[in-house]
Design a protein around this ligand. Structure first.
Ligand SMILES: N[C@@H](CCC(=O)N[C@@H](CS)C(=O)NCC(=O)O)C(=O)O
Length: 153
């Protein structure tokens, strides 16, 4: 049995989708950002990084979306989502997910979470990061649409 810690309208949706896609038996626990539950002592025991998603498995807790997606896909081989017999295609999927996780998501976080990189009192730097988001995130989505969306998915 798997348990997904999630928050609506966040990147935890990707793991939620793959759990549905493979037909996994899972339950969910909602983490309420409005009440800052991601920083609560209870949730920090699940994910010390204070982020969703986190996936509780019978072997321990997984964090980081690309890791969870592969874990779920490989655990349900009949879904054929992990492309284990095609190393190049699998690497392409990994490249896509790594780009979303390491580049696009980080650029997006500059809109609301600038305080991760500069002092929260440094209003000018926070505002400068926010101003850059349409260009940086927009550019990443343009690149994805132009170069990376090859289907059949
Ligand atoms: N690299 C992580 C990123 C996780 C992450 O940053 N999640 C955001 C939601 S999209 C979060 O939990 N933010 C909580 C916060 O900023 O307080 C992943 O790919 O799973």
């Amino acid at each position: 049995m798997l348990t997904l810690y999630y928050t609506a309208h966040t990147c935890s949706l990707a793991t939620h989708i793959v759990l549905e896609e493979v037909g996994a038996d899972y339950s969910t626990v909602r983490v309420d950002f409005a009440r800052e539950q991601q920083k609560s002592p209870e949730f920090l025991k699940v994910n010390p990084k204070a982020r969703v998603p986190a996936l509780v498995t019978d072997r321990g807790i997984l964090t980081e979306t690309p890791a969870m997606l592969v874990y779920v896909a490989q655990s349900f081989p009949l879904s054929r989502l992990a492309l284990m017999d095609d190393p190049f295609a699998f690497a392409q999927v990994q490249a896509f997910n790594a780009y979303l996780c390491s580049h696009l998501h980080v650029a997006h976080a500059h809109r609301m979470r600038g305080h991760r990189w500069v002092d929260a009192d440094d209003k000018a730097s926070i505002a400068a990061m926010q101003r850059k988001v349409p260009e940086s995130v927009g550019g990443a989505f343009e690149m994805i649409e132009r170069e990376m969306l090859k289907g059949p998915w």
